[in-house]
Structure formats: C-alpha cells, structure tokens
Design a protein around this ligand. Sequence first.
Ligand SMILES: [Zn+2]
Length: 254
Amino acid sequence: MLKHKYSVFIFFVLLAILFFTKASILFYVLLFLSFLAITTWGAFDIRLNYFTKAICKSNATNKKNIAITFDDGPHEKTPEILDVLMEYNAKATFFCIGKQIEKHPEILKRILNEGHIIGNHSYSHSKWNGFFSTQKMVSEIEQTNILVSKLVNKKVRLFRPPFGVTNPNIARAVVKTNQIVVGWNIRSLDTVIESENAILNRIKNRLKPGGIILLHDTSAKTVSVLEQLLLFLQSEGYQTVTIEELLEISAYEN
Ligand SMILES: [Zn+2]
C-alpha cells in the first residue's frame, strides 16, 4: 500500500480540520466523495502503484525492446498465437488462469517448451476478485502456482491481478506469496474494441522502447492483430522479448 497510506493520512487530517472548524456538512460530503474517487481510480489503474508496486514498463529505453503479454489462457486459441510467435521468432509472456491450466495442461507445456514465460493470473479470475479476503486471494495465487509447479516444475514469481484491479487485500496476498506484480503500459483493449485496425493503431500510437503490451490469447481477432503487430515491430527494428528479458528479472524461483 504505497500511495494509499498517504491518502488515508491526508483524509484524516482534513477530517480533523473540518471537525475543529465546525465546517458545514457539504465539506464532509466533498471530502468523502474525493477520497472515494481517488481510491477507485487507484484500484482500477495498476500503473498508479496506488495499493501495491506493479512493474508496468522497463526504464531501460536504450534498447528497442518490447514485451507482449497475453492474459486469460491457456485457451483453444493459444496454439494459433504460439504459431504466429514462432513464425516471427518472437518471445512472449503468458499470464495464465489456474482453471484454464486444468483444461489445457498440454498448451501450458507447449508455451514453456517454445521459450515463452508463464505468469500467474489467479485461479478463478472471478469478477468478484476485488472483494476477496486476503486469505482467499492468497489461495487463488497459490492454487495456480501449485498447478504450474506440478505440471512443469517451475515456481512462478510473476503475478498479474485479474482486470488489473488492486486493493489492500490483494497487496497483502502478493507479499505473503512472494510474487512480483507485473502490469502493462500499453492496453490494447482487444477484448473491447471490435476493429482489428483500431486495436493495432491504439498499440502503435502508444509504442515506446521498454513497453509492456496487454493482449488476450482468447480470440481469432487477437491472432490476426498479433501477426500485423509483429510485422510492424520487425519493420521498426523492435525486438519482442519476454518480461524476464525486458525487466532483467527471474520469472521463477530456484
Ligand atoms: Zn484477465
């Protein structure tokens, strides 16, 4: 809880000031609404590092490196994504959901065999994830790490919270499970935007060395966007690398 601590402190200082100056109720309402707005923004924008430290890009911008990350697999579409990555000799990072690993263990193995990196994206990817207790969140992370460990004998260290949502419980769970939180700084919105061109242009407009792109290995649309993106990256002289290589960190415990 980085910036959240300061917000809480400022909130109570302002509350005390309102109390001692016998301010009108309107100022209390304004204070509560502002605090709520800041906290909500902090919960939904992982780049703010509001509740927990999340690595969202590399600061080493001297190399033209870029990391493509795929969330929500392994999925039926993942093999097609892997084929395209192989064709362009690109390496990527896959933040996998535990439940999906149970459905597609062979795809998880293939991801690793082809030189890509696995990260943890919770066990259930529940839409109620933001309301889970610390203990429940710990078990969400541990269940997936155990699955990966049993299948491929790797102890995962990289975690990406579902929907990029963070809060005090998730922050504590990450510390307890010794995970490194990895976010992104280029959100493709590939699950929201219909047009492939619009998705591609969104990425191109935000592209900078050291960037982390968020995609999902769950649709034919993304397979097609990936092919065009890799062509573009190649023509611009970018190297597409894993999170491990981009951030010079180790993705697994020894
Ligand atoms: Zn997700």
